[in-house]
Design a protein around this ligand. Sequence first.
Ligand code: DUC
Ligand code: ZN
Ligand code: ZN
Length: 476
Amino acid sequence: MSILIHNGKVVTSATEIIADILIEGDKISNIAPSIKQKADRIIDASGMWVLPGGIDPHVHMQLPTPAGPSADDFYSGSLAALQGGTTTIIDFVTPSRGQSIIEALKLRIEEASNSLTDYTFHVSPVEWSKEVASDIAHCIDMGFPSFKVYMAYKNSIGIDDNALYHIMHTVAQNGGLVLAHCELGDDIEVLRDFYATQGLTSPKYHALSRPARYEALAVKRAIDLADQTQCPLYIVHVSAADSVKHIVQAQKSGQPLFAETCPQYLLLDETLYDTELLSALKYVMSPPLRSHDDREALWKAIANGNIQAIGTDHCPFLLKQKMLGNHDFRKVPNGAGGVEHRLTLLYTYGVLEDRINLSKLVDAYSTQPAKLFGLYPQKGELAIGSDADIIIWDPNAQGSISAANHYSKSDLNIYEGFKTVGEPLYVIKNGVIAVERGNLNHNLPVGKLIMRRSTKTTSHYYKRMDNPGSFNCGRV
Ligand code: DUC
Ligand code: ZN
Ligand code: ZN
């Protein structure tokens, strides 16, 4: 099968040109001002933008929680992702304590086998032992070179600084990257119980028990441990201006340090916890929503290149699951959906409001995740030889977000009522039209499990910067 995309504005993280793109099989075979070759399908992209498919570096499909699994399984979550222009997702393997990481990885690969997007996993060590050390090395050899650690959730999956030090050291020695969920776990537990024992149990106290300073202090600690162990570090879902200050300082000193934020921290704020209970429950997530000033600092950090990637932390629940905590914020499952809205929200409220330009958007939703997680240039780029994961974007389409018409299986949407501009007219995945004007191709093959390259082969993205101060992650 061949597809010729004719006369679109081809936008990458570095260039914008009017060009034709030829797809043969599952790869891009040519990009040129005018391609005369015949194709099975010709798409006129005049007036449209041709963008690389999205890579969401942070999703949780069917995440097990005490309130039951998160609402999207790999099929529904990946369908939602595709409809929004995301063609690759990175989910997580989280073993139970005592369980072999490799065993948990095999089970998770099975669970994801009906994903419509391509997929891969970050691996989350939840303890430290000799077995964990050898499993980390094994995961990297198998093509899973990124490891997420939780400094929060101390009662379940969180680890202490001793384990964090050893994990960072081992990951660094074996050519991997550590991702850190940065919140001071022990301090949070104290505040959670403090509020709850006083009968202060509404969702607002979820946010008050996880203050921005606990995130910033944990960010500082993680940066310090990464520096001591010479480990490349990626801080997930940064939500606070004070965290950004620590990140900028370490990047200036030349530390290989990267950061991610999510649309919810850019577009929503803590005043939503003051709404009526049924509404406030939707916004229980960790870290919680912050202030208006925090939001502005995050936008600035993206524009300045201090935050490189934008994921969603897609982890939706049903209202009935959220309601399990209506009398105790500690019982509300943490998380919200958004995988399908990432591009249109960032385009509408980022690009059209002049906070970031289009190339920066492409960089943050696709190119940087590909570079940082060992997928580049197979993914994250429009280039000859790259996977044909492509969005044809209608920059003028208008929409309105609602749980009534979203693709996620959740009955809640934290962006309910948000107006949007721009949407994918076509989504092409591995050379096959997956979505055409909102219609899913029912013959779409399932996505592929992608094995990734370790930092041994991508070390130019991670090495200490020679010229501190002009930090410019991942540019080749
Ligand atoms: N926070 C997480 O750390 N994971 C899933 C969802 C959330 O809110
Ligand atoms: Zn997290
Ligand atoms: Zn997460």
